[in-house]
Design a protein around this ligand. Structure first.
Ligand code: AMP
Length: 124
């Protein structure tokens, strides 16, 4: 998906998360590797609320292709490792919102990792 502001001949606008990754905006980093970073969510929905964000600025999960298979697996393994390292290996929730109607507000793919309180199902 090409955002409307990314017209030919213009430098594509960076996503909010790309600007955090590039240290143009502040972020509380808890993990970094060559494929992704993880930061604390600015408006946490649980005692632990991390965002695992690929360096590749895929807008939404629906935009991923077979080329992204290893990257998507990596994001989940990092999410799991962080939850375990933070002491929440027994119970945590991983969420990916894909599309505005699913609750996505930042159009740079990210994996929410939430833990530290009970969760209901289905989510609202
Ligand atoms: P989503 O609604 O699934 O796109 O999730 C976006 C998440 O990004 C929300 O949980 C926000 O609280 C979080 N968020 C927005 N701006 C920032 C920021 N500057 N630093 C960290 N997290 C942010």
């Amino acid at each position: 998906m090409v955002p409307p502001e990314n017209t030919p001949g213009k430098t594509p606008a960076k996503t909010l998360f790309q600007r955090i990754i590039d240290r143009e905006l502040p972020g509380k980093f808890v993990h970094e590797d060559n494929q992704c970073v993880a930061i604390e969510d600015i408006n946490p929905g649980a005692p632990l609320h991390l965002l695992v964000i690929p360096r590749k600025p895929l807008p939404r999960l629906v935009d991923a292709t077979a080329e992204d298979q290893a990257l998507l697996g990596h994001l989940l393994l990092v999410a799991n490792r962080l939850a375990v390292e933070k002491g929440y290996g027994d119970a945590y929730r991983v969420v990916i919102n894909s599309g505005a109607d699913a609750g996505q507000s930042v159009f740079h793919l990210h994996v929410h990792v939430l833990a530290g309180r009970p969760f209901r199902w289905p989510p609202g």
